[in-house]
Design a protein around this ligand. Sequence first.
Ligand SMILES: Nc1ncnc2c1ncn2[C@@H]1O[C@H](COP(=O)(O)OP(=O)(O)OP(=O)(O)O)[C@@H](O)[C@H]1O
Ligand SMILES: [Mg+2]
Length: 369
Amino acid sequence: MTLSTSSSPAGPGSSGPSADEALRLLHAVPGVALLVRTGVLRHRFVSSVCSSVELRAWAFALERLPQPFVELAEAARRARSVVSEVVLEHGLAVRVDAIALTADEVAFHVLDVTEQLRVERQVLAAERARLAAQHLAHRASAERLSALATVAEGVGHEINNPLTWMRSNLEFVRGELERQGATRELLAALDEADEGVSRIASVVRDLRVLTGRSDTGRLEVVALLPVIRAAIDATVGVFRDRAPVVLHAEGAPDVRAHEANLVLVLVNLLANAAQALGPAAPSDDRVDVRVLGPLEGRVVVEVSDTGRGMDVETLTRAFDPFFTTRPVNVGVGLGLAVSRALVEAMGGRLDLESAPGLGTTARLSLPSA
Ligand SMILES: Nc1ncnc2c1ncn2[C@@H]1O[C@H](COP(=O)(O)OP(=O)(O)OP(=O)(O)O)[C@@H](O)[C@H]1O
Ligand SMILES: [Mg+2]
């Protein structure tokens, strides 16, 4: 038998019930009641509503007061009443309420809590396993990022110089072609080459952010509403014919953030939401942008869509750099990875909640100003 340490004294000045009253009360509640006078077990009552076979058997077999009950009786005499958990034979776990009725009378109410404790232990073990898995996943992702950082730095260095010449040469060629009256097709081909260069430059920039090699800027007090409006305005084109974007942000508080980066993050989240809806979205599809807080020094911005949602595999990989489920040339797979890096550089967090067919909520939490 083991005596647990949790015990609570009754409030000061509370006067105990009479022995008769106490026994009547104890008889009517599930479990077993015991009455001890001058240290000797005088009565045992097995309530008609006691459904535990093990507890009934224990109570009927009881000849002497077990040691933990002797200690609880002592404690109850000092504090008037105490509550404790005790593990009896064969793993039977009970909750014991000990009440001092008079100077030498103590009543016990004993309840079987074996099942309840087993469930609590299981929940605790599952929570520990979840935290351990999360810790491992974080470590693996940190290791991948640090390997990527080295590659990104080398690649970025090698690519930036040629990109600069390509840009200036493309500009030079455009000037010459325009001067010589080149055809529209030639100029369109040049536009495409220009777009390709910009895309490479943006991937290199994103990689530098992702690997912490880029200066993510100073934090300042930023008013949320104009930032959210700017992001919505920037994505008007992708939402055309898809769904309305509904803003719930009256009285949105200020946050500590980097304004331009925050707009970029919200643009990424809104673009993902629009892409999840698809072009032929049903009329009740929508995207909600909601501001919550401040609560405990944090402000939360949620971007929720009613789109296709994500399965567990997609959800667990969504923040991985270069993970994308979109066609080639449509998605690079850097939007969420870069957004999370930018948000973390502002002292915030970015998380996703999603289920297939039930839409997605991206939750961005930032320090309030
Ligand atoms: N709101 C959403 N609904 C459903 N799936 C989403 C949503 N947001 C992200 N995803 C999934 O997560 C993947 C990664 O998203 P992420 O924004 O990082 O890259 P991407 O959108 O594919 O490309 P890009 O680099 O252009 O942003 C997406 O390809 C998609 O499968
Ligand atoms: Mg994206």
